[in-house]
Design a protein around this ligand. Structure first.
Ligand code: BDR
Ligand code: CA
Length: 314
């Protein structure tokens, strides 16, 4: 499976990247970066660091540092730390992994080079994908599948994490997300409805670090910071592996329950960033969803299988 990984590393982004790097079925074509968990300079530096650490040969391509509306703002440092990776020590990184050019053009060129074959796994704000679509709308038809970590649809009693209505990757650039859902490519949304079933607790992380060596130990160190955030702010014991679940979906969609229907993102007002799907079985329709393609959201997951697969893979 040919994959472009669009990301804002980010601790759970690092988990997803390690996972991708260890899956023999995955041919990683590129890692595109976006502002989000930290500034664009920081997420790009982190992608280069992780690429080197995990022995990945695919290039890193720098992407959007602002939303489509020109807002340049990262998420609060309390979540992923000032350096985006939980304050672990990051040495000077080798810049040779950084490709020339910019992420949206890389996405266009790569999809056009392999028509119908490329899966995009997007686990940050959707700005790079939206810029690619705006520049070359045909890209949607030529992409095999887009798997997104983002959104919250109210299944399993789950609501947003930035506001009660909105999840971070969507809230960070709601216009971009809305354009992604309106395009004619098959989108699967792995949102908070399912990612909160993927809790890596202290025992799990300790076992991972014991059995999976240096890179898993690096993840465990990053998670010390992440766990403090989840404990203090959400009362959780352990960390949520949001982004790794988008990778699992690429390989094991049968572990998920899904629902089909067009999706709209609230673009402004108090509920900005809210994701709302109109299920296909709801008759009658509504003008807000009219003319939008039917997309897929995940509503439940077999979390134990995912945690076992992640552990066995890395
Ligand atoms: C998403 O926001 C970021 O903090 C995480 O990396 C993940 O992609 C979860 O809401
Ligand atoms: Ca992310």
């Amino acid at each position: 499976m040919k994959v472009i990984f669009d990301t804002d590393p980010g601790i759970d982004d690092a988990m997803a990247l390690l996972y991708l790097s260890k899956l023999p079925q995955i041919e990683l074509l590129g890692i595109t970066t976006v502002v989000g968990n930290a500034s664009l300079d920081t997420t790009t530096r982190n992608a280069l660091f992780l690429r080197q650490k995990f022995g990945i040969s695919a290039p890193v391509v720098r992407g959007a540092g602002k939303t489509l509306d020109g807002v340049e703002k990262a998420e609060p440092v309390i979540v992923h730390g000032l350096n985006g990776l939980g304050e672990i020590e990051i040495p000077d990184v080798d810049q040779s992994g950084l490709a020339d050019g910019e992420a949206s053009q890389f996405i266009i060129d790569t999809v056009r080079a392999h028509p119908g074959e490329v899966t995009i796994i997007a686990v940050g704000r959707m700005t790079n994908l939206a810029l690619a679509l705006r520049a070359d709308p045909e890209v949607a038809r030529l992409t095999k599948q887009v798997i997104i970590m983002g959104g919250a649809f109210g299944y399993q009693g789950r609501s947003g994490n930035i506001t009660p209505a909105a999840e971070a990757n969507i809230h960070g650039d709601p216009v971009a997300a809305d354009e992604i859902f309106a395009a004619e490519w098959p989108v699967v949304v792995v949102g908070l409805d399912v990612t909160h079933d993927i809790i890596l607790d202290t025992d799990y992380l300790a076992a991972l670090s014991r059995d999976a060596g240096e890179n898993a130990e690096l993840l465990r160190q990053m998670c010390d910071h992440y766990a403090r955030f989840y404990k203090e702010i959400m009362g959780l014991s352990g960390v949520v592996g949001h982004d790794l679940l988008a990778v699992t979906y690429a390989l094991h969609p049968e572990w998920f329950e899904t629902r089909r229907g067009p999706i709209v993102v609230v673009r402004d007002g108090i509920a900005v960033g809210q994701t709302i799907q109109m299920p296909v079985e709801r008759k009658g329709g509504h003008p807000a969803w009219a003319g939008r393609p039917v997309q897929t959201i995940c509503t439940a997951v077999e979390g134990d299988k995912v945690l076992a697969h992640f552990r066995d893979t890395v």
